[in-house]
Design a protein around this ligand. Structure first.
Ligand code: NAD
Length: 435
């Protein structure tokens, strides 16, 4: 059992801290956001993540997990400090390291004993060395410490299961001893461990995310070509995925990737390469393809309706994927303003994220926590997220309450033959239009 402090109690810090406590470590999760910590102390989860609340409750109850907004005390208490703060996209596309640097400064100021400072946040190559310099600069004593990089690979929506059953842990460290200790704390996860130098560990995370984003943009581009020349992207992807060199994951055509990782990490990698003197044109194409893909449902809608001015358009699903409340870079945030600009009356449905979306659109759209209320009297509907409530839609009921049975599906949720036989005009991605 080790004493672990996690700085930053967001999607990554809260989930990984909770999972480290679940496998037996003594964990303090700290955050400068006092409101978040107060909520957590009252067992109110600041994020929606399946299974999180139960696991937090269990480990708090068993005395292995605590929360504090006193970051200094949390740092002094533990030997292993994970930095899990945000690294948002800056205006230039570069990763903004403000929060990582602030965390490193606090660690330096509170360095009371040997510590291993592990960066879990997604950061550009070279950041662990910057963290080391900042800690040394602000340390009042000459106490030794190590730095390490241990990037996080969990996915929102299945974060607890991803963390508890992680398929690999990547560890880059400034000393063999630090690498060994971090490897040991992962032992109860029974996962594959890859020990590397610091820079490789940092690059693995960017390279993995950029590669997955490339797969998504690639299949979306193939879908767009299928629409022009024929073919059904679902079958094409199935056939490609049967090749074990390709694999069947991340080959689902749609309206592109969003969320808090792929958009910022692809841009950050592109920026990192450019500053180093390399024009990473593949990544630029991936980003451009994704940007165009986001609004493809608008073109399809206009094709179906001609004009949307004065029309009621239902937008089903607002988060960038199901089972999360994360709205960062969700395609809905690009699509809804276009509809509003064109004079549409927008009715939105999401099972989890309505409160979050209100912050973006206020009174300019109507909000529905029932999918059929959102569809009532609408001239057309856009499907943006494959939530269970949407995939399992009662199509006959939907058709009976919509003014016009027009569905533009950005996630290929429905079967073409079924949509045709039920009398819908149905357009999806990379498949022929029906009705
Ligand atoms: P987040 O915005 O949900 O959480 C970050 C937290 O850090 C916030 O609660 C913030 O208040 C806190 N914080 C900021 N500065 C602090 C400081 N000095 N001291 C204490 N707390 C501080 O971010 P996230 O989604 O959890 O992402 C964190 C990092 O993990 C990012 O680098 C991200 O790219 C990476 N990552 C995210 C995911 C994901 O699915 N969200 C997956 C893998 C990796």
């Amino acid at each position: 059992m080790k004493k672990i402090t996690v700085i930053g109690t967001g999607y990554v810090g809260l989930v990984s801290g909770t999972c480290f406590s679940e496998i037996g470590h003594q964990v303090i999760c700290c955050d400068i956001d006092q409101n978040k910590i107060e909520q957590l102390k009252q067992m109110k989860m600041p994020i929606y993540e399946p299974g999180l609340e139960d696991l937090v409750r269990k480990n708090v109850h068993d005395g292995r997990l605590t929360f504090t907004s006193d970051v200094s005390v949390a740092i002094q208490h533990s030997e292993i400090i994970f930095i899990a703060v945000g690294t948002p996209m800056s205006e230039t596309g570069e990763a903004d390291l403000t929060y990582v640097k602030a965390a490193a400064k606090m660690i330096g100021e509170n360095l009371n004993d040997y510590k291993i400072v592990v960066t879990k946040s997604t950061v550009p190559v070279g950041t662990s060395r910057i963290v080391r310099q900042i800690i040394s600069k602000h340390a009042f004593t000459s106490v030794s410490f190590d730095v390490a990089s241990n990037p996080e690979f969990l996915r929102e929506g299945s974060a607890i299961s991803d963390c508890m059953n992680m398929d690999r842990a990547v560890i880059g460290a400034s000393s063999d001893m630090a690498a060994k200790i971090i490897e040991e704390i992962h032992e109860p996860f029974h996962t594959k461990v890859l020990i590397t130098d610091l820079e490789s560990a940092e690059m693995i995370k960017y390279a993995a995310n950029a590669f997955l984003a490339t797969k998504i943009s690639f299949i979306n581009a193939i879908a767009n070509v299928c629409e022009l020349v024929g073919g059904d992207i679902v079958k094409v992807a199935e056939g490609m995925g049967l090749d074990s060199r390709i694999g069947n994951k991340f080959l689902r055509a749609g309206i592109g990737y969003g969320g808090s990782c792929f958009p910022k990490d692809t841009l950050a990698l592109h920026h990192l390469a450019r500053v180093a003197g390399y024009d990473f044109s593949i990544i630029q194409s991936v980003i451009d393809t994704n940007d165009k893909q986001k609004t493809i449902v608008i073109d399809k809608l206009l094709k179906a309706l001609g004009d949307v001015e004065g029309n009621a358009i239902s937008v089903l699903g607002l988060t960038f994927k199901p089972n999360t409340d994360d709205l960062r870079y969700a395609p809905s945030l690009s699509i809804i303003p276009i509809l509003l600009n064109k004079g549409a009356k927008v009715k939105v449905f999401d099972p989890i994220a309505l409160d979050g979306v209100k912050r973006y659109f206020g009174a300019s759209v109507t909000y529905h926590d029932d999918v059929y209320d959102a569809l009532h009297d609408s001239d057309a509907c856009l499907v943006l997220t494959e939530w269970e409530e949407i995939v399992g839609l009662d199509l006959d009921k939907a058709k009976s309450i919509m003014k016009e049975p027009i569905i533009i599906d950005g996630r290929n949720c429905f079967d073409l033959e079924i949509m045709n036989s039920r009398g819908f005009h149905y357009q999806s991605i990379g498949r022929p239009a029906v009705g």
